[in-house]
Design a protein. Structure first.
Lengths: 198, 384
C-alpha cells in the first residue's frame, strides 16, 4: 500500500528535520492528521511567527526578536568581555551555567572547506569591527573541540591577537563525574596538559 | 588471550550463529562463498574495530537486516571480558563492554582483544600499492595504542579539509595572503597529529624490524636478510628520520612551507604520513621489484610472526591468530616453520576449502567446523 499523495508529502517534509527518520516522520504525520483543524492552524501560525519575528541581533548575531538582543541591551552585562560561539545553541548552553556575565558573538558556523564554509561566510568581520569600536578586554573563544572547531579557534587567535591583548579559550578537562580510569586517553592527556594549581 | 564464545546475528550471511571454542585450534572448512572468512572478519573487528575488507561499516550487515551483532566472551590473563557490538546499516554503532555502554564505540572497542590476521590478501603487502602497506601498519597500531586511532582520524579529517581548501583555491582566485592564513589552520593540526602518527609508526618499526629479520633469516636457512625501511614524504633522506616528536614537527613544518606552491598546483596535500610507504629489502634488493613469489610468501610470513611478537611484547597477552586461506599458499616447509614458531598456547582460527591443504600436525586435536551458507553443519574434534 502506498501513502496517498498529500500524506507522503507531509512525511517527506518531516523527514527533512534533523534527527527524524522515516518512522518518526510517519508518526508525526499521523499525529498531525489526528489533530483538530484549529490546532493545526495555531501550530502553523506559531511556526510562521517564529520564522518572521526572529531575526539576528545586529551586534552579536544571536537569534532574537529584539534588536539589539536582550543580552546586548542589558546594562548588567560587561561588554568588554566577548565570548565567541559557533551557534546560538552554544550561547544558550553557556547562559544556562549562569557563570558568564559578558557579551557574546555568534559566528554562524565553523570554518569547513568541505562544506564550502570559509572565514568570509562567518560573522568574523563583524567581530573585528566590534573589537575596533570598543575597548574589549578579553575574547573567550568557546568553540567545539572538533577539527573544525580547532581550526576556527586557531584562525581567530591569529586574527584577533593584534586587536585584543587577552584571548582565551575554554579549558580542556575531564567531564564532571568521570571516573579517571574510564576517561579516554586523549581527554586525559589534554587534561594533564592543562592541569591547574590547587 | 582466548575467545571462548562468539555469537553473530545479522552479520554477513550469519543470521544466528553461536559457537563455543575450547580447543586451541579451530578449523573452519567449507566450499567457496559459504562464510568462512566472515567468521574471521568478525573476530578481527573485535581487535581492530574495523573490518579488514568492508569498504563501509554497513557492508557487514546482513542484506535483509537492519543491524549486525557481534557478541564475544574473551578470557584474558587475569579476567574475562564480554563484548557486545552492534553495527547498524546506517553505519551507527553501539558498544557494551561487560554490560557497560560505551560512549565512543569505535575507539572504546580497541585494547580489549588482540588478534593477528593473516590472509592471502597479505601476500599483496609487498607488491601491492602503498595504501595496502599503510593499512597494515595502521591496523596493527590501532591495537597497540588506543590513542593512535583517534589521532589518525583527526589527521585524516584535517587532510580532507585541507584538500577541499586547495581545490577551492584552484577554482576561484584567492589572495595568497588569505589562502596562506586559511591553510595554516589545517596545517597546524596536520603537523600535530601527523607527527604523532609518524612517531608511533617509527617506534613500531624499530620494534618489529629485528623480529621480522630473524624470522626470515631462519626461514630462508640463513640466506635472506630482510630490511624494512620507512619511506617518509617528510624526510626524503631516511638517515635524518629520528623518533623525536619535536624534531619531526619542526621538519614537517618547514617541509610544508617549502612545498606550498607544489601542493597548491596539485590541489592536494602531498606531504605527510597519508602518503608514506614502506620498503622491503631482501639482501639489499627491493623486494617489490625483485622478490620471487616464494620469497614474498616467506617475507610476509616472517612479518606476520613478527607482528604477533610485538603485540605479545607490548600487551603482555598472546593475540589470537586468524589464518584465512593461507595454507593453500604456504608449502610444507613454510607451514612447518609457522607451526614451530607460534607461541605454545596461542589460539588459532583457520579457514580452508580443502582439509588436505593442511599438515597433519596442525590438525591434531583441532575443533573442526563445517560451514555452509552461513550455517554450521558439523562440529567435530579432529582425531588423526
Ligand atoms: N552483507 C551480507 N549479507 C548477506 N550475505 C553476505 C553479506 N556479505 C557477504 N555475504 C555472503 O557471504 C558469502 C561470502 O562469505 P565468505 O567471504 O566468508 O566466504 P568464504 O567461505 O570465505 O569463501 P572463499 O573460500 O571463497 O574465501 C557470500 O556468499 C556472500 O554473498
Ligand atoms: Mg574466504
Ligand atoms: Zn546581541
Amino acid at each position: 500500500m502506498k501513502y496517498t499523495k498529500p500524506l507522503l508529502k507531509l512525511i517527506e517534509e518531516f523527514q527533512k528535520f534533523p534527527g527524524v527518520g522515516p518512522k518518526s516522520a510517519q508518526r508525526m504525520a499521523f499525529h498531525v492528521l489526528n489533530q483538530d483543524i484549529q490546532q493545526i492552524e495555531e501550530f502553523s501560525k506559531v511556526i510562521l511567527a517564529a520564522k518572521t519575528q526572529i531575526k539576528k541581533c545586529s551586534v552579536c548575531k544571536n537569534l532574537s526578536a529584539d534588536d539589539p538582543c536582550e543580552i546586548c541591551s542589558a546594562s548588567s552585562r560587561d561588554k568588554k568581555i566577548i565570548c565567541v560561539v559557533s551557534e546560538s545553541k552554544a550561547l544558550i548552553a553557556i547562559e544556562r551555567t549562569n557563570e558568564f556575565k559578558g557579551a557574546y558573538h555568534v559566528l554562524g558556523g565553523l570554518i569547513s572547506p568541505i562544506d564550502g564554509i570559509g572565514p568570509d561566510n562567518l560573522t568574523i568581520k563583524d567581530l573585528l569591527s566590534r573589537l575596533g569600536k570598543n575597548e574589549v578586554r578579553e575574547v573567550i573563544v568557546a568553540l567545539d573541540t572538533s577539527i573544525e572547531g580547532e581550526a576556527t579557534t586557531l584562525y581567530l587567535h591569529r586574527l584577533l591577537s593584534p586587536l585584543c591583548s587577552k584571548i582565551t579559550r575554554l579549558g580542556f578537562g575531564l567531564a564532571v563525574g568521570t571516573e579517571l580510569e574510564y576517561a579516554d586517553e586523549l581527554t586525559l592527556a589534554r587534561a594533564l596538559e592543562n592541569r591547574t594549581e590547587i | 588471550m582466548f575467545l571462548k564464545k562468539l555469537k553473530l546475528a545479522g552479520f554477513r550471511n550469519y543470521i544466528d550463529f553461536e559457537q563455543n571454542f575450547n580447543h586451541l585450534k579451530t578449523i573452519i572448512i567449507g566450499q567457496n562463498a559459504q562464510g568462512k572468512s566472515n567468521i574471521l572478519e568478525a573476530i578481527n573487528i573485535l581487535a581492530t574495530s574495523q573490518s579488514d575488507r568492508a569498504e563501509r561499516d554497513s557492508d557487514i550487515v546482513n542484506w535483509n537486516g537492519e543491524y549486525a551483532l557481534i557478541f564475544a566472551n574473551i578470557e584474558t590473563k587475569d579476567s574475562e571480558i564480554d563484548i557486545a557490538l552492534q553495527i547498524n546499516n546506517t553505519g551507527r554503532r553501539k558498544l557494551k563492554i561487560n554490560g557497560v555502554p560505551k560512549r565512543a564505540p569505535q575507539a572504546d572497542l580497541l585494547g580489549n582483544f588482540f588478534a593477528v590476521m593473516f590472509s592471502c590478501d597479505d601476500l599483496f603487502l609487498i607488491k601491492g600499492t602503498p595504501s595496502v602497506r599503510r593499512k597494515w601498519l595502521d591496523y596493527v597500531l590501532f591495537q597497540l595504542d588506543m590513542k593512535y586511532h583517534k589521532t589518525l582520524q583527526n589527521y585524516q579529517k584535517a587532510v580532507t579539509q585541507k584538500n577541499a581548501l586547495l581545490k577551492k583555491a584552484q577554482e576561484i582566485s584567492m589572495s595568497p595572503k588569505n589562502l596562506k592564513q586559511e591553510l595554516e589552520i589545517w596545517n597546524e593540526q596536520i603537523i600535530n597529529s601527523g607527527s604523532q602518527i609518524l612517531l608511533d609508526r617509527l617506534v613500531f618499526f624499530k620494534e618489529i624490524q629485528p623480529f621480522a629479520r630473524d624470522f626470515l633469516f631462519e626461514l630462508s636457512k640463513e640466506t635472506e636478510e630482510l630490511n624494512l625501511i620507512y619511506e617518509s614524504t617528510i624526510f626524503k633522506d631516511k638517515n635524518e628520520l629520528k623518533a623525536d616528536l619535536s624534531y619531526i614537527k619542526e621538519t614537517f613544518r618547514s617541509m610544508l612551507e617549502s612545498s606550498f606552491a607544489e601542493e597548491l598546483s596539485r590541489g592536494q596535500a602531498t606531504l605527510g604520513p597519508h602518503r608514506d610507504d614502506l620498503k622491503f629489502l631482501i639482501n639489499d634488493k627491493e623486494a617489490k621489484s625483485f622478490a620471487s613469489q616464494g620469497q614474498q610468501r616467506s617475507a610476509v610470513l616472517a612479518l606476520k610472526l613478527a607482528e604477533l611478537k610485538v603485540i605479545e611484547k607490548r600487551k603482555g597477552e598472546i593475540p589470537v591468530l586468524l589464518l584465512d586461506d593461507v595454507f593453500a599458499e604456504l608449502d610444507e616447509s613454510r607451514q612447518n616453520f609457522l607451526l614451530h614458531h607460534l607461541p605454545e598456547n596461542i589460539q588459532t582460527f583457520l579457514t580452508t576449502t580443502h582439509i588436505s591443504d593442511i599438515q597433519k600436525e596442525f590438525l591434531e586435536g583441532a575443533q573442526i567446523l563445517k560451514v555452509k551458507n552461513g550455517l554450521i553443519l558439523e562440529n567435530v574434534e579432529c582425531k588423526t
